[in-house]
Ligand binder design. Structure first.
Ligand code: PLP
Length: 395
């Protein structure tokens, strides 16, 4: 192999940040401390001055957000059928019921036309996902939420760096949760954050993330609830500060690479490309749908072939109701046909800021070479290829 292996994601941590981490390690204080406060302040500035609290993951942030929003056992929370499974799991963990709504095939975001029909007397919240960093229509979402008096907990795990009508996701709305997992747009190794709207809920987050415990000015402790242990370390916060300073640089580079992919594949009729969005798209992921059955191949076989050609491929995601846990709870994944199809056909192409334009071209060439009908099983493929070509011509 002449070319180095190209992973589907790779964090970009600069030398100044590494030196900053070394300083924290040498300082004698490595867990939650001054860097956490600075990181929260910097995130707050980014979202236009709203209050932000950081936690050890977006999963923890979403679970705590549901708790502080007052979602109770038996309540229903509406969410898209397509997301990372943490989105639905956190609802189950607090005893509430996930109510799935199908997604749009092109945007991969929750289909807002179908939300109203999913609202019942027990619905308390909507948890949209800004899939791959493409924003959900926040105007429509919040007018729906207002009309039905629902809380909104935005799963913005993909959407740090996403803008809606000129403002960053998190600058408007109800509770908004970010992820800083290494595959996301910026990282703290593991980490997450909640954007908050009032002092009571901020105080509740602080309790939930640290044993329900608060110390008074004399250093005496009182415990108010059985909280978790989700406080971020100063080492992670220091990484986050270095990353946040480069967020717009990362997003510009991701947009450039994503648009290069879309242009390079514009005449390709085998796969379905995601929505292009506008310059508010953070491009956390570049996901393409491949009709594996028609092509006479399996996804694992395709992923192996790409890996053998030096290219890493991700899968984001299976339809959540298709997992055993959810099937056993009585969900039927066939009720969400778009999420179901995306779950079977999606692959994520490499996309990270340090990639070169030539890397994109290499991925596209390899994709065209490996994702095409096997000679023996071309039966249905030409028909669908013709349909796709007609659809592409209309775009
Ligand atoms: C990654 C992700 C999460 C969980 O984030 P962590 O920080 O890893 O806990 C939640 N929702 C979505 C949509 C994600 O992609």
């Amino acid at each position: 192999m002449s070319q180095p292996f190209l992973p589907f994601a790779r964090p970009d941590i600069d030398e100044a940040t590494i030196a900053g981490v070394v300083e924290v390690l040498r300082s004698g204080w490595i867990t939650t401390g001054p860097h956490v406060g600075r990181f929260e302040q910097a995130l707050s500035s980014y979202v236009g001055g709203r209050t932000v609290r950081v936690l050890t993951s977006a999963t923890a942030a979403l679970e705590v957000a549901l708790l502080v929003a007052g979602i109770k056992p038996g309540d229903e929370v509406i969410l898209p059928a397509l997301s990372f499974v943490a989105s639905a799991n956190v609802i189950l963990r607090i005893g509430a019921r996930p109510v799935f709504v199908d997604v749009d095939l092109k945007t991969r975001n929750i289909d807002l036309d179908q939300v109203e029909a999913a609202i019942t007397r027990r619905t308390r919240a909507i948890m949209p996902v800004h899939f791959a960093g493409l924003p959900v229509d926040l105007d429509r979402l919040y007018s729906l939420a207002r009309a039905h008096q629902l809380r909104v907990i935005e799963d913005a795990a993909h959407a740090i760096g996403t803008y809606w009508r000129g403002k960053p996701v998190g600058a408007v709305g109800d509770l908004v949760c970010f992820s800083f997992h290494p595959n996301k747009v910026i990282t703290t190794i593991e980490g997450g954050a909640i954007v908050l709207t009032n002092a009571d809920e901020t105080a509740a987050v602080e309790l939930h993330r640290f044993h329900g415990l608060r110390r008074d000015a004399d250093g005496e402790s009182e415990v108010y609830l059985a909280g978790g242990k989700y406080n971020l370390s100063d080492v992670s916060a220091r990484i986050g500060l270095g990353q946040l300073a480069r967020l717009s640089e990362f997003v510009s580079r991701r947009q450039h690479l994503a648009w290069r992919y879309l242009d390079a594949l514009a005449d390709w009729t085998v796969g379905d490309l995601p929505a292009r969005g506008d310059d508010g798209h953070s491009w956390h992921l570049m996901t393409v749908l491949l009709p594996f059955e028609e092509l006479g191949m399996t996804r694992p076989g395709f992923v192996r072939a790409m890996r053998d050609a030096g290219i890493g491929i991700g899968v984001h995601y299976s339809s959540m109701p298709s997992f055993e846990l959810y099937r056993k709870l009585g969900y039927d994944h066939r009720a969400y046909p778009n999420a179901d199809r995306i779950g079977r056909e999606t692959v994520s192409l490499p996309l990270f800021p340090a990639m070169t334009d030539l890397d994109v071209d290499r991925v596209c060439d390899t994709l065209r070479r490996l994702a095409k009908p096997a000679r023996a099983s071309v039966s249905a493929a030409p028909v669908r290829a013709a349909e796709r070509a007609a659809a592409a011509a209309k775009r």
